[in-house]
Design a protein. Structure first.
Length: 284
């Protein structure tokens, strides 16, 4: 599945030619999740997703529970999923590694709420991420250059954070009850989200756990400093309160993001999340 818009000028023909030069046969080339899911069958040796995090997410959700491994060619702005697995290199280098790559398990999250059920690969949360995603779509998504777009998103998140109001929420983290007002709550499967925000260390999408990351009012200066460091290219580090869980329920959210998609009008209903360990196999 190839998102040509995220390919930095790479065409369908360029991609297919590069894959074939490495000794592989391309049996299907599709550009949308519906066609991708429809073409999957167990005779396929490898599924490839070439694009940004949204494209990778769609492929991973379609492959969950199937024996077909996934190879990722990261062509997006943030490439959080590839980054979390250490997948980086030129197009040619990445393709040439497939034959000797390690097959590694990759977890997929599940969320249930008033809309029904859906899967997530990166994270589900509210507060800063929802406000930042919404503002970034208005102000920076039209920018063509990936580095400029990423810096603009970080600046937008910092601007939003300055006036962001903390939200009262109740959490049930593996049945432990937590209440309070939060600037940010993220139930994360991978180590970075949004414009490459690394909110805590040690989050691994292969360990069978969700990581619940929170920020209260006292953490606002820390978050602002972190975003400023990222924008200015300085050394940075951030460690927000984090705990691992297999099941998390949240009461009080009226709007959330699920990966990069925002949902509103939830009327503070309970949202339940869980993790499916090793749902997908990824070449690393």
């Amino acid at each position: 599945m190839f998102n040509e818009d995220a390919g930095d000028g790479l065409s369908n023909d360029d991609l297919v030619d590069e894959i074939r030069r490495s000794g592989h046969d391309v049996v299907h080339l599709v550009d949308n999740p519906t066609a991708f899911a429809r073409t999957l069958d167990d005779s396929i040796d490898l599924a490839v997703t070439a694009g940004g995090d949204g494209t990778v997410r769609s492929a991973a959700v379609s492959l969950a529970g199937r024996p077909i491994p996934l190879a990722i060619l990261p062509f997006g702005t943030a490439n959080n999923i590839a980054f979390s697995l250490g997948i980086e290199g030129t197009l040619s280098e990445l393709i040439q590694r497939w034959d000797r790559a390690t097959r590694t398990p990759f977890d997929v999250g599940a969320a249930r709420g008033p809309w029904g059920s859906c899967a997530f690969v990166e994270a589900i949360g509210s507060g800063l991420m929802v406000a930042g995603i919404t503002a970034a779509k208005q102000h920076v998504d039209h920018i063509d250059d990936a580095d400029t777009r990423l810096r603009g998103a970080l600046e937008t998140f910092r601007d939003v954070l300055v006036d962001l109001e903390a939200q009262p929420v109740t959490l049930h983290v593996d049945r432990r009850r937590v209440t309070g007002s939060f600037l940010l709550i993220e139930i994360m499967n991978i180590g970075s989200i949004g414009p490459q925000l690394e909110l805590a260390s040690g989050i691994d999408p292969r360990d069978g756990w969700l990581s619940v990351v929170t920020a209260r009012e006292a953490h606002r200066p820390l978050l602002i400093d972190y975003l400023s460091d990222r924008i200015e290219g300085r050394a940075f580090g951030l460690e927000l309160p984090t705990e691992r869980a297999r099941h998390v329920e949240v009461e009080g959210w009226t709007e959330i993001h699920i990966d990069d998609q925002v949902r509103r009008g939830l009327d503070a209903e309970t949202i339940a999340t869980s993790i499916t360990p090793a749902a997908v196999t990824v070449l690393v």
